[in-house]
Design a protein around this ligand. Sequence first.
Ligand code: GLN
Length: 423
Amino acid sequence: MRSPIPDYLAEVLDDCRGGDGGAVADYIPELARANPERLAIALTTPDGATYCAGDADAEFSIQSMSKPFAYGIALLDAGFDAVLAKIGVEPSGEAFNEISLEEGSGRPRNPMINAGAIAAHSLIDGRNAEERTERFRERMSLAADRELHYDEAVYTSELETAYRNIAIGYMLRNHGILDGDPEDVVRGYIRQCSLSVTTRDLSMMAATLANGGVQSATGRRLSGDRAVRQTLSVMMTCGMYDAAGDWMTAVGIPAKSGVAGGILGVLPGQVGIAVFSPRLDAHGNSTRGVKLFERLSDDMGLHLMEVPPVGRSVLRGHDQRGDTHVFGLQGVIRFAGAEAVVREVVEADLPHREVVLDLTRVHGVSDVARRVLLEAVRRLTLHDDKQVTLVDPEGILDDPDAGDGVRPRVIASLDEDRGTPAD
Ligand code: GLN
């Protein structure tokens, strides 16, 4: 069988092909030479499958889509405190190149507008623009799983007309947000924006964020959970500039656009998406790119605020086997799932002493769910005088210490414990 997914993507591209409008960016002369007809889409899953349609291997410059990644690298290199001291996390509701500094502190409002992105670039490890951009290029090559290069023509072209960004650099220097030579920092930022990427590369970078910082094809960890959460949060609130509210309501996933016509989006835990079409709307976002995302979000139910209830689905069943109560759990357990399990245990009013929580089919437990489950184990043992056993062949609850000296027995399988198949 051939996977239906590439065919679906090709169909979506065809449907959106005609809906173009706006114009290619021309304030960077080299971008004005882009072929405006190009159109591409790519999806990458957290376990490393990539699907593409259209011109997904055509290269263009990453531009502002570099901003979330540079911010993530700055968080790793300089630490949260240093980054937050210099760059805010409030949406500015203004255009990307707005100067937008916080009154008094001079802090840029967020890392997705140029002022904040220039400050973020300066917090990447390196003594000068060359070292910082080389570090950026290396990290991004790991995320794309291929060696990336800078587009020298785009870089020099933007540098020649970068008066506004240089002015922003001097403003930041004046407020003590940048140290050292502001022109060196702005040069580095502009070079960072000229990284040459394909739509396929971007979908793999987006999937690395969807996967909590682990590159989905190579399994290599490139960022920490907290840095990814921080990055996705600012993408969600600030990634689409003055169209952020429209984007949140219509599409509903964290995203970032670039003036060369790319948009990347991240649905945490599910998929990284990238699209490319060079003509831009009045906000500086790819016209057809926005349409593609709206269509995908509708068709595929990607909106973050549209989540099916998960609580009950975690409880596979509750039955009594001889003198033992067995609660079968499944899937990924988070707060709502743990609450559903605990409620079932509370309401069941168990007559027998032996209680088993069977975690064989559980493949993930969040921190709060783990605490709720272990607290239930502690109460069952100390208050209700139950004997609790966990069936946990994969060690999902890893060292289950319930506190007050309560350590439930852990076995690998119910059958193994009884020496006979469970009835
Ligand atoms: N390099 C571009 C600039 O600073 C990036 C802008 C963008 O993609 N929105 O103007």
